[in-house]
Design a protein around this ligand. Structure first.
Ligand SMILES: Cc1cc2nc3c(=O)[nH]c(=O)nc-3n(C[C@H](O)[C@H](O)[C@H](O)COP(=O)(O)OP(=O)(O)OC[C@H]3O[C@@H](n4cnc5c(N)ncnc54)[C@H](O)[C@@H]3O)c2cc1C
Length: 334
């Protein structure tokens, strides 16, 4: 059976903070709810918050020291994880825009009349404007050495897909995510070691840095600075971890959790025809790509230093201002 082609003014790919903010901005600009659709591959919105944020995690407005200055219609202060999800829930509900869940987008193409066609499963969506807001964590960054297949269920990239209690756990990484995982795992009664290749913990925000240093002082966490994991192997029920430093004599853990960040889905964006400058997509100040009518928003625009929720909101606001100026889909002046 041929795929159905559905017509919209605006298709938003990804229902994370950026995609949701895009919807709010579009509605504030008078785009009718029925002319917008959001396609989300997960079974619920804000999947990264649900999957990667540990329970009880405070959601910081100035995450990674990124200025917490809201430039669009959405804004958060410091909140809990649940409050953040409730806020985003309400934004979607109030917008009256349909979010289609379980709708992974695998291609975007340009028609001869320059309209864009988005493909998700057997459905096709045609629109004048498409915003890609799929974040960078769909495929978390993996270490350069291979992970033996037999260790698959003992090597994780988040702390929510399995309950981890009363275990010996190694966390690899040195940013906010790694330090937040350590705090959460200690709180859950695990014996935790953090391995970071740097000489100092300079990447986490001051709250996370101070919290893990305090855990170390209290003997609840061991921090291995200037340590480089070079490989993993199975040792019975345990994972034996090899370090390049000979002083670290292949310790064993019940599990290893990597918190190495994510990568821009470069192949996906290049397949759409988006031009790159080196590792980053070429973007206008309002996050327009080299493909007319195609914008990026959120973490995808943030480069190596990574983004925040407020930054995601702001990129959506900037993109929408440009969309209103150039693409004639807004009914209220901005
Ligand atoms: C552990 C952790 C803690 C953090 N803590 C904070 C904090 O305290 N404060 C803060 O401001 N920021 C924090 N951040 C950063 C913040 O979560 C991100 O900057 C923000 O989520 C980026 O929003 P986004 O919409 O660009 O992308 P994402 O949140 O990654 O959302 C992308 C959405 O797109 C969907 N998607 C992906 N691929 C496809 C596809 N092909 N088709 C359809 N849908 C797709 C995903 O399922 C997802 O729902 C944290 C991040 C992590 C990992």
């Amino acid at each position: 059976m041929a795929a159905i082609l559905l017509d919209f003014d605006l298709v938003v790919i990804g229902a994370g903070p950026a995609g949701i903010a895009l919807v709010a901005e579009a509605r504030a600009a008078g785009v009718p709810a029925g002319r917008i659709v959001v396609l989300e591959k997960a079974p619920a919105h804000s999947w990264i918050i649900r999957k990667y944020y540990p329970a009880q995690k405070p959601v910081l407005a100035n995450y990674k020291g990124i200025e917490a200055k809201c430039e669009g219609v959405l804004c958060i202060t410091d909140l809990s994880r649940e409050e953040t999800l409730t806020y985003l829930d309400r934004v979607i509900r109030d917008s009256e825009v349909e979010v289609r869940y379980g709708a992974e987008v695998h291609a975007v193409s340009v028609e001869p009349d320059r309209r864009l066609v988005v493909e998700s499963g057997r459905d096709r969506y045609r629109a004048r404007v498409v915003v890609i807001a799929i974040g960078i964590l769909g495929r978390p960054r993996k270490p350069s050495y291979p992970i033996p297949r037999t260790l698959k269920d003992r090597v994780l990239f988040d702390v929510t897909s399995e309950e981890i209690r009363d275990k010996d756990v190694l966390v690899v990484g040195g940013g906010d995510t790694a330090t937040e995982y350590c705090q959460f795992l200690v709180q859950e009664g695990n014996r935790v070691v953090l391995s970071y290749r740097g000489a100092e913990l300079t990447r986490p925000n001051p709250i996370n840095r101070e919290s893990v240093l305090e855990l170390e002082r209290r003997g609840k966490l061991r921090i291995l600075l200037e340590s480089n994991v070079t490989g993993l192997e199975a040792a019975g029920e345990k994972v034996r971890v090899q370090f390049s430093e000979s002083a670290l004599d292949a310790p064993e853990f019940d599990g290893v959790i990597y918190a190495l960040g994510g990568t821009t889905p470069e192949n996906f964006l290049k397949a759409v025809g988006i031009e790159f400058d080196g590792p980053s997509p070429r973007l206008s100040k309002s996050f327009g790509t080299s493909v007319p009518g195609l914008f990026l928003a959120g973490d995808l625009t943030a480069g190596r230093k990574g983004g925040s929720i407020i930054l995601a909101f702001n990129t959506a606001a900037a993109a929408m201002r440009q969309i209103c100026e150039d693409h004639g889909i807004c009914r209220i002046g901005r």
